[in-house]
Design a protein. Structure first.
Length: 296
């Protein structure tokens, strides 16, 4: 019960819209032209095509996904499981409403992209990717394949991403064999890649920040100049050169991509021998507190 108190209304609201968005991408763009989503969602789409009409996509989404989330309950935790089951339920109900209730004809072609397979694959992947990315960012998942990957990937000595990729490759091969055509499964790879990219952007941010590690012997001057110029928080550590056996300082500094050139110019104007290493940062937490402390 204590863990259930950590569930947030905000997360449920966003997961609600994530399920709807994912359903729009799948039912408006992919399903009408018989393209396939990835993971359990793609498996559900294939099964809905080869089984009688009274077994809709929404039924397979629930029947396949929810047992997987329950299976992963111990490993993923109660919060993740509740969030995920809620999102899948919204996804399934939304898909049912769009295909069977609302006055939208999704039986032959996409209402927005017609028969253009590339547009359907691209926009279907982008839109469903937004839904999946929001679901992951706010504590859940919209597809059980990630849960299976977490459970089995380590035992198979592969990464989670590799497990998902292998599953999808096998899925698309089976789809090609079942429908006796490789055109739709190949276009479905476009859907998979587009969704994968947009999921990364949703989770990690579109405009990623940069982190700079500066190794110098003139830390006071550099920190003072960087702080006054960019008004960002700065952290530094004592360090020691291996070959020179001399004391140095390692400065850690987060900035955006437009500030990199100015930062490099400032550092090398003070210490021409300073070593600078720059890497991408996916997410930053506590930046407001750091900036407030810097401005005091």
């Amino acid at each position: 019960m204590k863990k259930l108190k950590n569930l947030k209304i905000k997360n449920f609201i966003i997961l609600f819209f994530a399920g709807i968005i994912n359903a729009i991408g799948v039912t408006i763009f992919l399903q009408p032209v018989k393209l396939y989503d990835s993971g359990i969602s793609g498996t559900s789409m294939l099964l809905s095509q080869v089984t009688p009409e009274y077994l809709p996509l929404s039924l397979f989404l629930i029947v396949l996904n929810i047992p997987i989330f329950l299976f992963g309950l111990k490993k993923q935790g109660i919060e993740f499981t509740i969030y995920s089951i809620f999102t899948v339920a919204i996804y399934a109900v939304s898909a049912w409403l769009i295909t069977d209730i609302l006055p939208i004809d999704v039986s032959i072609v996409s209402p927005l992209a017609g028969r253009d397979l590339f547009l359907c694959a691209l926009f279907g992947g982008l839109i469903s990717g937004i839904g999946s990315g929001l679901a992951i960012r706010y504590g859940g998942a919209i597809d059980g394949i990630e849960v299976l990957a977490v459970i089995f990937a380590k035992n198979l000595s592969i990464t989670v991403g590799t497990f998902v990729m292998i599953y999808n490759v096998i899925l698309y091969i089976i789809c090609g064999i079942v429908i006796n055509s490789w055109i739709l499964p190949l276009y479905s790879i476009v859907t998979y890649v587009a969704a994968l990219k947009i999921i990364d952007y949703i989770i990690e941010g579109f405009d990623r920040s940069k982190s700079a590690i500066i190794i110098t012997t003139k830390q006071e001057e550099i920190c003072e100049k960087l702080s006054s110029t960019f008004e960002n928080g700065i952290t530094f550590f004592n360090a020691k050169g291996y070959y020179s056996d001399s004391d140095k300082t390692m400065i850690y500094f987060v900035l955006n991509r437009f500030q990199v050139g100015k930062m490099r110019e400032i550092v090398h104007s003070i210490d021409p021998n300073a070593y600078i290493s720059i890497t991408e940062v996916a997410d930053i937490f506590g930046a407001k507190q750091i900036k407030n402390e810097t401005n005091k």
